[in-house]
Ligand binder design. Structure first.
Ligand code: PXL
Length: 293
């Protein structure tokens, strides 16, 4: 143990809501980022009883007033952040707050990952509308990496949403329009390139290179899977994985979580079995970083 080199932990600030039940946002970001071997500090944007999809009667406490004071306190401690990962925001105004937090906590070395969480399956989530989309367009200008699903990508790009068969021309146009908003890497999730497959594509704005990771398609909605993917991707990139490694490894974690859930009869709205998929994920993560010592 004494002569073993243990590299210092990287640290991510995750800015996301805490939905107590339903396994999404911070309740998946924390375990997934930690399992990737990265410290996860949290700024909750809101506390909800559940997520807002397929549940009714949920409670929501907006924590807008606490977000900046939390960041200021962190700054006063001298803590450094290798990554800042933002997800669900309770209002468009919170996007402005997040920009202030970025200027307080990020340096040129900080990887900024913005997941513009606002819609799925062609529709905005409850309580959200075009104002959220406008706010995310401004926030994305400060991002290194963005991870919209296909609905969010279409909204941000001002294009029509298509459920299936996302051809090359449609995807290239999406990537180009999103690139105009400023990010360096664009990951679009839930892309369907045929009847039977669904997956995630990453576009490098500088080189124009696209890499993809496709898996068998399953019908319906799987709550929290976008958050699992973005959390794993952010943590892997912060640890130094390539975009291709991060995309593949994060996609396999998400896909395994969905696959395992299909073997349970838990209602979809309670989230996917990412817990059971973590051991195989950990082995893949170890494989990527095995030379680190
Ligand atoms: O998983 C995305 C998400 C995050 N947070 C809240 C949500 C949703 C999707 O419905 O409602 C509160």
């Amino acid at each position: 143990m004494n002569d073993m080199y243990i590299p210092p932990l990287k640290r991510i600030a995750a800015i996301h809501d805490l939905s107590g039940l339903g396994k999404c946002s911070l309740t998946v970001a924390l375990p997934v980022i930690s399992a990737t071997g990265v410290e996860c500090a949290c700024i909750p944007t809101a506390v909800l009883s559940t997520h807002t999809g397929e549940f009714t009667g949920w409670t929501l406490r907006d924590l807008a007033d606490d977000m900046l004071p939390i960041a200021r306190h962190w700054q006063s401690t001298g803590a450094q952040f290798d990554g800042i990962y933002t997800g669900y925001l309770a209002s468009p105004a919170q996007a402005e707050t997040v920009m202030k937090i970025l200027s307080l906590l990020s340096t040129e070395k900080t990887l900024v990952v913005v997941d513009p969480v606002m819609a799925d399956n062609g529709r905005y989530y409850s309580n959200l509308d075009d104002r959220m989309c406008q706010a995310f367009r401004r926030l994305i200008a400060h991002a290194d990496v963005i991870t919209p699903n296909i609905t969010e990508a279409a909204l941000l790009a001002g294009m029509d949403y298509r459920h299936a068969d996302h051809g090359e021309t449609y995807l290239r146009t999406l990537f180009h329009r999103l690139a105009d908003l400023g990010p360096k890497t664009i990951v679009i999730t839930g892309v369907r390139t045929g009847e039977t497959e669904i997956g995630n594509l990453a576009y490098d704005v500088k080189t124009g290179e696209i890499c993809r990771c496709m898996r068998p398609a399953r019908e319906g909605v799987f709550y929290g899977t976008g958050d699992i993917l973005a959390s794993a991707l952010a943590a892997l990139l912060v640890r130094g994985a390539t975009v291709r490694q991060a995309l593949t490894t994060a996609t396999l974690l998400t896909d395994d979580s969905i696959e395992r859930s299909l073997h349970h009869d838990t209602p979809r709205r309670f989230g996917v079995d990412f817990e059971g998929a973590l051991p195989a994920y950990l082995r893949r993560v170890e494989e990527i970083f095995k030379t680190e010592g």
